[in-house]
Design a protein around this ligand. Sequence first.
Ligand SMILES: Cc1ncc(COP(=O)(O)O)c(C=O)c1O
Length: 350
Amino acid sequence: MDNHISEAIGRPDLVDLGNGLVCLRFETMKALSALAAVRHLCDTGAVRPGDTLIDSSSGIYAYALALACHRYGLRCHIVGSTTVDHTLRVQLAVLGAHLEQMEPCSDLKLDQSRRVRRIKEILRDHPDYHWMRQYHDRVHYLGYRAVAEMVAEQLGGARLTVVGGVGSGSSTGALAHYLRGHAPDTVLVGVQPFGSVTFGCEHVADPEIIIAGIGSSIPFGNVDHTLYDTLHWVGFGAALAGSVDLLRRHAVFAGLSAGAAYLAARWESRRAPERTVVFVAADTGHRYVDSVFARHREAADVDSLAPHRAADPSQLALPWSRMEWGRAPAPEAARWPGDAAEVPGAAPVA
Ligand SMILES: Cc1ncc(COP(=O)(O)O)c(C=O)c1O
């Protein structure tokens, strides 16, 4: 039995979709990561009951951190972007989390840097607050160790390819880090939206909406570029086709980043049928009912889609591109100036 709902919400299911494709399906992926990070901070005495944790979020992490604070008797202060919707705002209020929502801003880079500036102002007035830094602190890797253990145990012996959207980089980075302790030949495939600086695609904009939660306009310390073998860039229309097909063919109701990962995973599975391809579905489809699922009639047939092969970032093109990354370091514009931290107290799965 769980001691708190956050444990249940963060625990994923592994669903065999057939033909070597496996869905690692979360209700709210970051609940697990925030819970383990906050537990680590409490255990090491870095924070104590009653302390305030603060971070910036576009939505899913705000909810996860509010749950973790509720679990451990801490206060929660979120500087949120306009993507924090009504449902989440109401839940955060009832959970006792303090949300400061920024004014609307169409420029993602400006929005991200404005939120960081606001956090620094708050920390100046409240130096006792603990800044979680979900994008940069490797403490956010810890929660995925148990997931890697579950994957290793349930798919024991299979040659694995992991496919997932890269936002902060914690989920895919941590899964590869921990799984490679158990199975060193685990392949890692990252999925990005067009326009993201993280793997050098800032020069190709997606004319439709950005896929929430993945990609970035600024460098993130938690992305370890040297873990990734292959990258896919998926535009909104192709991700929509993936999300609709995932629901129609497999009855999995998941978000847009999951649809993009599913599309990439199908492709990787066909290229390497001897491997088991596990893709991450980070959230449910509820937030995307109008923008994605209601448009199901206009979804392209996924079998008619294929990625454009890019030899380097200058060749990336809509609606879908694939490039061998070859565990290369970060491109100049995505280089995090801080230290590349170790994952605290966490060995790979043996
Ligand atoms: C829906 C969704 N998919 C994928 C991700 C990427 O996860 P990570 O930050 O671990 O790279 C996020 C992160 O916020 C997300 O919200």
